[in-house]
Design a protein around this ligand. Structure first.
Ligand code: ADP
Ligand code: MG
Length: 895
């Protein structure tokens, strides 16, 4: 048993489920026992030993005033830290846990990015998610039908802490995926907080029962939201008052962008994980943290409403043309304080006078910005006016004035030592200040008075902690000191004295100082409360400034890079003239390219040698669409963008394997998701999909996926492939067209032209390179022969939606052709292809010959005739219906 201070520590430690406990002991916060060792290790602190009741315990401490940076550092390393404060009681003092600082409830962050706390609930109607940023008071709820949806939301909000609901804690499969996808600390919050009734009540209390009702939020999301509120309250961060706006995420007016697509398109970070080289980093010229957060949000949640987009475009356009005003706006915004974060700081009592002062100045910026806009004819007509008019400007100005009238121009960083409040703001304070100033004046005049009275030249009056106020006289003149001077200290060159009058004034001074400090502190807290009460106003002004900054940033980038305003329309066409990749163009002499897709040309098969620029071309199409759908200009000479409801991208497993992150299984899961989720209004980018497996498997899957996307889904699709077989799809499927990235070979050198042209790539390109490289003529000739036969005779059928498949396949296992069985109409995968893929696989392990021998024996002369006919058939020139009847004929002759 331990008693004493360490015993108390252990008692408190048992009360909290935090990882560490900092307990106040006078002027220090102490960590004991294992906690002391952990903290010492993490923060490089010294450990001492504390004896208590016959045992000795490790102890590490930090001064009371320095706690915040230490706790912040620990929390940023993923620890949850409980803080126990000491308070006075009638019999001495006691301690209790007043706060638990966790990654998701850390207010004192220096990071400009949003910092989300998340809750995830698995309920009857799917998954429910809630996300709260305590630093800004943002609060989002959303639902997800499946784990993919959950991961996408987690990717987007990138929470630092996650509260899994009770049922989820047993779902190891999902939790594992969550852990892989996110760095969030998992915290087990009390299960009762997730109970439906209780959660709905809480959410209603916070945001109004009507809001919760009218948003029609699903039960699981309500439970997640309620649990977050309960957790925020329990940790004692004290910011609930700043959470005023409940937003529902995932509403249908946003463009679906799943996590994989956001990663592939490198929106906010590159595939290798850094932010440099991402679209965000390239586009970001914002000068405020809130502006940067908004730009990030826009990129992650593009929109579909044409009207909203045209409004943003018009603002951007006006700003591109008003260069001088744009600079003035930037300079004005540059000093802006993060108003969204202020509401939280004020509500939690962590704001100091400098924060409020900055807030007042930032509120005033709204008027300055509005004036710049009004003075600039090009801007005065633009939607920028509406952006700045959205918040209640009068209320903002009034709040700014209140703060300005209350606070001195350059207040100190501490709020308990006075010096914060302007004279004239409060009568009681003024009365105290008047007395205070009288005493201070008396003290100020004292040295001159005493010098004059006693004829002493070296006399000063000063104050320190131990002696209080004193009169100091140099040794040479101590003889002149009068009898009423009472000596209090001897120094080397001088003596210190006091006089009764000085002692009296000193007592007065201390009393007045204390009164003043207390009064000022009270007044300041009242101010904070007023500010916290106006959290909605601060949020609105903060968002207006952020939006002005974001639009300005988009305009600056457009002007600098000569981007163009795209026409956005509701139709299916995507028409880009001389388009560039927004990121690659920054570092490369970029060759612009055209892209044309419309209702009759919905599916482009993109071919071309390795490294020719296929992936870049397709990503460029996706990024231009995305930029158009945030209201930005785009890198092109001219662009018409049909608004899409979702962008889906998938990269074949081999490409991703190079990044060390994916497998063929994942590739197929992702493909399956696209086939389920994409609609005819979506844009789909498939980059070498099917590559992660054996050739015939790969072709079959790519083929079938193309048919499905073309016939059933109808999405606008760009498909880069090195399977030349797929280029013949254009002959069979109405809306498929071929384009290729051109390359030039001369004198043995291959030059990538980076130019995209109509039609399939020259398929003998590889053989040609082999020739140039000096491969012996017989081999090159034989390659051409084999290639020609493969091209003409190996038939993979096209299926135009329904109907019997047509097939005959060059069997790689035997090197001969054979007819196959009927394909599986449901998957659309030709059976013969699948079979031959199998035989390829078995051939590899040395037992491949058997099946083909069997086939050879089974069919007689007829087979040769069929094969001859097949060899002579020009598949691309024969109409599908005729192909079908020919194959049926062959099948009959083989029966
Ligand atoms: P692929 O997918 O065909 O293998 P990539 O798209 O990966 O080729 O591009 C290969 C390289 O070519 C990249 O380094 C890319 O930056 C560069 N590149 C691609 N397109 C262009 C272009 N239009 N202009 C200049 N460089 C380009
Ligand atoms: Mg590529």
């Amino acid at each position: 048993m331990t008693g004493g201070i360490v015993g108390e520590f252990f008692d408190l430690r048992r009360e909290t489920d935090a990882d560490l406990l900092a307990m106040q002991c006078g002027d220090f916060y102490e960590f004991f026992a294992e906690d002391a060792e952990t903290v010492a290790e993490e923060l490089d602190l010294k450990v001492s030993q504390k004896s208590s009741h016959g045992s000795s315990y490790p102890m590490a401490g930090v001064p009371v005033d320095d706690l915040t940076p230490y706790v912040t550092a620990l929390v940023e390393r993923g620890y949850r830290v409980a803080v126990a404060d000491q308070y006075e009681t009638s019999t001495g003092h006691a301690r209790e846990v007043t706060r638990v600082v966790t990654p998701g409830t850390l207010l004192e962050t220096s990071d400009a990015d949003a910092q989300y706390l998340a809750a995830l609930v698995d309920g009857e109607g799917g998954y429910g998610l809630a996300f709260a940023d305590v630093t800004t008071g943002r609060f989002h709820v959303s639902g997800a039908d499946d784990p993919e949806g959950v991961l996408t939301a987690l990717y987007r909000f990138d929470p630092v802490e996650l509260l899994p609901g009770p049922a989820l804690r047993a779902d190891d499969a999902l939790l594992d995926r969550v852990r892989q996808a996110s760095d969030a600390t998992l915290t087990l919050h009390t299960a009762e907080a997730f109970a439906p009734g209780r959660a709905r009540h809480r959410l209603g209390e916070q945001f109004g029962a009507e809001t919760v009702g009218s948003l029609g939020i699903g039960d699981p999301a309500v439970r997640a939201g309620g649990a977050i509120l309960s957790y925020v309250e329990e940790t004692g961060v004290g910011v609930l008052a700043s959470m005023t706006r409940l937003q529902q995420h995932g509403a249908s007016d946003h463009v679906a962008l799943d996590g994989t697509t956001q990663r592939n398109l490198e929106l906010t970070e590159t595939m290798s994980g850094g932010s440099e080289g991402s679209l965000l980093a390239t586009l970001d010229h914002t000068v405020t943290s809130a502006g940067r957060r908004m730009l990030t949000e826009w990129l992650q949640r593009p929109r579909r409403e044409r009207e909203l987009l045209t409004r943003r475009q018009s603002a951007v356009e006006a700003l591109t043309e008003a260069a001088m005003a744009r600079d003035r706006l930037r300079e004005t915004l540059d000093g802006a304080y993060d108003l969204e974060r202020l509401a939280s700081l004020a509500a939690s009592g962590s704001a100091d006078a400098r924060d409020l002062r900055a807030a007042s100045e930032t509120l005033d910026l709204l008027e300055t910005l509005a004036a710049i806009v009004a003075e600039t004819p090009r801007l005065a007509e633009s939607p920028l006016v509406g952006v700045l008019d959205r918040p209640d400007r009068e209320a903002a100005a009034a709040l700014a004035t209140t703060l300005d009238e209350a606070l001195v121009a350059d207040p100190p960083g501490t709020v308990t030592q006075g010096g914060l409040i302007r004279p004239g703001y409060d009568d009681d304070l003024d009365a105290v200040l008047e007395e205070y100033n009288a005493v201070a004046g008396w003290l100020e005049d004292l040295p001159a008075r005493e010098k004059r009275r006693h004829g002493i030249t070296h006399l000063t009056v000063d104050r320190n902690k131990t002696d209080g106020y004193y009169i100091q006289v140099g040794n040479s003149e101590t003889d002149a000191v009068p009898a009423e001077y009472e000596q209090i200290k001897s120094l080397k060159n001088s003596e210190r004295y006091t006089i009764p009058e000085l002692e009296k004034r000193e007592r007065e001074m201390l009393r007045l100082e204390e009164q003043r400090n207390e009064l000022e502190h009270e007044l300041f807290e009242a101010l904070c409360e007023r500010v916290a009460d106006r959290a909605d106003l601060l949020g609105a002004v903060g968002r207006a400034l952020a939006e002005a900054d974001t639009l300005r940033s988009l305009a600056a980038h457009a002007a600098r890079n000569d981007w163009t305003r795209p026409t956005v329309h509701e139709g299916g066409a995507l028409d880009i003239e001389a388009g560039c990749h927004p990121v690659v163009e920054q570092t490369t002499e970029f060759v612009p390219n055209d892209l044309r897709m419309d209702d009759d040309r919905r599916f482009l098969v993109v071919t071309g040698p390795n490294m020719s620029g296929k992936s870049t071309y397709m990503r460029q199409a996706a990024l231009i669409t995305l930029l158009a759908q945030i209201g930005s200009f785009v890198p092109a000479r001219r662009a018409r963008v049909g608004l899409v409801d979702g962008i889906y991208t998938r990269v074949g497993a081999l490409d991703e394997l190079a990044q060390g992150r994916s497998t063929f299984m994942v590739e197929m899961q992702e493909l399956s998701n696209i086939l389920h989720s994409a609609t005819e209004d979506s844009l789909v980018i498939l980059d070498e999909v099917g590559r992660g497996t054996a050739t015939y498997d790969g072709i079959s899957i790519a083929w079938a996926a193309t048919e499905y996307l073309h016939n059933t889904v109808g999405a606008k699709t760009l498909f880069a492939t090195h399977y030349h077989e797929l280029t013949s799809l254009a002959d069979h499927l109405e809306r498929v067209a071929n384009v290729h990235v051109a390359a030039d070979e001369r004198d043995g050198d291959v030059t990538f032209l980076r130019t995209v042209r109509e039609g399939p790539t020259d398929r003998s390109y590889g053989v040609h390179v082999a020739d140039l490289a000096g491969v012996p003529d017989p081999v090159v000739d034989r390659s051409r022969e084999v290639l020609d036969r493969l091209r003409d005779e190996k038939a993979i059928e096209a299926r135009g939606g329904g109907g019997e498949p047509v097939q005959a396949v060059f069997d790689l296992g035997s090197g001969e052709f054979r007819a196959g069985e009927s394909g599986d109409a449901e998957t659309g995968v030709p059976a013969a292809d699948a079979a031959s893929a199998d035989s390829t696989a078995t051939a590899a392990d040395g037992s491949g010959g058997d099946t083909t021998d069997e086939h050879r024996g089974r069919y007689g002369e007829e087979a040769t005739e069929v094969l001859d006919a097949l060899a002579a058939l020009d598949v691309s020139e024969t109409p599908p219906v005729e192909l079908m009847s020919r194959v049926q004929e062959w099948q009959r002759s083989l029966e």
